[in-house]
Design a protein around this ligand. Structure first.
Ligand code: MN
Length: 300
């Protein structure tokens, strides 16, 4: 079965000792299998403390980040590319030290609105960097998830098809695609088509609503997403992502463009998301079993 996770920004924007302990404790208490730790500033994380909290709570962890303009490895600017590789290398060290299984997010460009298309030479350079980062990550059994996001957050990977192409070019077994229902809803023909295109390259999955609030209250076709995840045999993490300025604060509120809030209480939101995802995946498995002509009892 897929491990179900929750993004730490449902709980807190501060990954200091108190924030980490609270976020990990709450996630475990609700029944999540893992927490996704945003690491926009990986050097500031007390890895020993985080690992102790995870051990106590008995849950796993993944890590996500987006590069910024100064660390943009697709920019073609040697200084920025160098700083970007250093940032990714540091993120890997932190991921290894906290015991993270995946490092995902916008690892191939900055998380920002671009005003020009990417330069092929810049993308090639990003691929060279990511090949080295994958090699390093493999030593700690870490999978990289290249998150496909909408056009206002990168100019490099907006569709699953583009990400398949990049994975093939990186050509490392731990270079995987990270899809997100919120972004797919904007850019793809449909959830099913995109998930099918990613296929065996899919290694990480975010679920979020069209407005990034409560699941099922927007216009994302989750039934299609869940059924297709089951049909391609996806067995990686499924992590819930939702933002409210009540938690994020600046600069994240601005970076993520949270101009209106869909919730102010993370616990109720996260409990609902877990139940919604579990129920959705269970019913997708049942539907698959019926189509395959198996008895329910044989379905694991
Ligand atoms: Mn996401």
């Amino acid at each position: 079965m897929n491990k179900l996770g929750v993004h730490a920004l449902v709980w807190t924007a501060d990954w200091d000792r108190n924030g980490a302990a609270m976020a990990i404790g709450k996630s475990a208490e609700l029944g999540f299998d893992l927490i996704e730790m945003p690491a926009l500033d990986p050097g500031a994380i007390d890895t020993d403390h985080t690992r102790r909290c995870l051990d106590e709570a008995g849950i796993g962890i993944t890590m996500s980040l987006g590069l910024d303009a100064e660390t943009d490895i697709s920019s073609g600017d040697p200084g920025k590319v160098k700083r970007g590789e250093e940032r990714l290398t540091l993120a890997l060290t932190v991921a290894r030290d906290v015991g993270a299984t995946h490092v995902c997010g916008i690892l191939y460009s900055a998380l920002q609105k671009y005003f020009e298309p990417p330069k092929p030479s810049g993308v090639s350079e990003a691929i060279d960097v990511l090949s080295r980062i994958c090699e390093e990550a493999a030593k700690s059994s870490i999978t990289l998830g290249l998150e496909v996001v909408n056009r206002y957050e990168t100019n490099v990977l907006n569709t699953a098809a583009q990400a398949v192409e990049m994975c093939k070019r990186i050509d490392a077994p731990n270079a995987k695609i990270h899809l997100d229902t919120y972004h797919m809803h904007i850019e793809e023909a449909g959830q099913a088509e995109a998930i099918r295109q990613a296929g065996d390259h899919l290694g990480y999955f975010h679920i979020g609503e069209s407005h990034r609030g409560y699941l099922g209250t927007g216009s994302v076709d989750f039934e299609s997403a869940f059924r297709t995840l089951v049909s391609i045999g996806y067995d990686g993490p499924i992590t819930f992502e939702s933002f409210s300025s009540v938690v994020t604060g600046q600069p994240l509120t601005g970076i993520l463009a949270i101009w209106r809030n869909l919730w102010d209480e993370g616990e109720d939101l996260a409990r609902h998301a877990l139940e919604y995802t579990r129920a959705g995946m269970e019913s997708a498995h049942e539907a698959r079993a019926i189509r395959s002509g198996f008895d329910f009892g044989e379905v694991v």
